[in-house]
Design a protein around this ligand. Structure first.
Ligand SMILES: *Cc1c(COP(=O)(O)O)cnc(C)c1O
Length: 341
């Protein structure tokens, strides 16, 4: 297979149209088989449920080339089950989980020429998503849906290594108790855009959201979960019903315990505790881990002891181990690596 003529090392995190995408329609109460198509445009009614009442959810995962030249992706079964959860909460039909994984594999295979080579730091980002497609004007779920998967090659999230970032405590909320914070709904992102644009204007990389009810507990950022390391090397990560269950975070909990022998605590984390942690980071598919060096709470600075120059030592071990597993350099737990070709 001939790779596309792309300068992999200069790729950013943007959309590049590839050759094929997967499309399946839900109509008359059933999913059709689905096909790969070259048509990258979506044509729907001006009154489609997604356009009026934001009935849509999505997933995000990556395919990449391992050291021995295989194309693989990481735990796609968890994306399938998380998307099923999102669909149920939004009154959308579930695309069967085994078919979801098959469709991811088919889509990547059809775009293999766009999967960046090993060592480039770049990956193929895969975006499954679903939306209500038929006209809906009275407030109710749509009757027809479209499930699609496209992919796009993306550059290394951090060019020239991961530098610690500065974030701020946000005065707005991301998710309400008993709301939709735990699912990957587009609506959660729409209402976070104001805050992230403002954060960037004020010089912060991300917003730290606190729990909406008491504003005393750490939740997550707009698109990544938190991990913290205590001074005695315990891995701590916030637990809340309004946090999106990050696959990277769930994987890091296992890496911490089983590969690095760390004590792991998944529990409520009070903002008051943050000043006592030795290391802090954000985790998600895009960057794996972004180290956090400074957290600003209304002008009051919390300096994380690992500093602004590099990842803390435990964060680095976690990062190296998880990316080593993903790249096939370290043996993966059963079922983590899905071989595509
Ligand atoms: C997607 C997402 C994450 C990260 O999840 P991964 O499965 O690790 O990519 C974290 N928080 C939010 C709000 C998200 O939407």
């Amino acid at each position: 297979m001939e790779k596309k003529n792309i300068d992999w090392s200069s790729l950013g995190f943007g959309y590049i149209k590839t050759d094929k995408r997967f499309v399946a329609n839900f109509k008359n109460g059933a999913w059709e088989e689905g096909v790969l198509t070259e048509d990258s445009n979506v044509v729907i009614s001006e009154c489609a449920g997604v356009l009026q009442y934001a009935q849509t959810c999505f997933e995000g995962l990556k395919a990449y080339t391992t050291e021995d030249g295989k194309i693989v992706c990481f735990r796609p079964d968890l994306n399938a089950s998380r998307m099923a959860d999102s669909c149920k909460r939004l009154q959308m039909p579930v695309f069967p989980e085994d078919k979801f994984v098959e469709a991811v594999v088919e889509t990547v295979k059809a775009n293999a020429a766009y999967v960046p080579p090993f060592g480039s730091g770049a990956t193929l980002y895969i975006r499954p998503y679903m939306f209500g497609s038929n006209p809906v004007i009275g407030v109710k779920p749509a009757d027809e849906y479209q499930f699609r998967i496209f992919c796009t090659p993306v550059g290394p999230y951090f060019k020239g290594g991961a530098k610690p970032i500065t974030i701020r405590v946000c005065d707005y909320d991301r998710a309400a108790p008993h709301g939709t914070g735990h699912i990957k709904a587009g609506l959660n992102y729409a209402m976070s855009l104001y805050q992230i644009v403002d954060a960037h204007e004020q010089g912060y990389a991300e917003n730290m959201y606190l729990d909406a009810a008491t504003r005393t507990k750490v939740e997550e950022t707009g698109g990544a979960n938190f991990i913290f390391i205590t001074k005695d090397g315990t891995f701590v990560t916030p637990k809340s019903d309004s946090i999106l269950p990050s696959i990277t975070r769930r994987s890091l909990m296992i890496v911490a315990e089983k590969y690095l022998g760390m004590k792991v605590e998944h529990r409520e984390v009070y903002f008051d505790e943050v000043k006592d942690f030795a290391e802090a980071g954000l985790c998600g598919t895009a960057a794996v881990i972004s180290p956090v060096g400074k957290i600003v709470d209304h002008g009051k600075e919390i300096l994380i002891p690992s500093g602004m120059e590099e990842m803390g030592p435990w964060t680095k071990k976690l990062y190296d181990t998880l990316t080593g597993i993903q790249m096939g350099k370290i043996e993966a737990p059963e079922g983590w690596i899905k071989e595509i070709m």
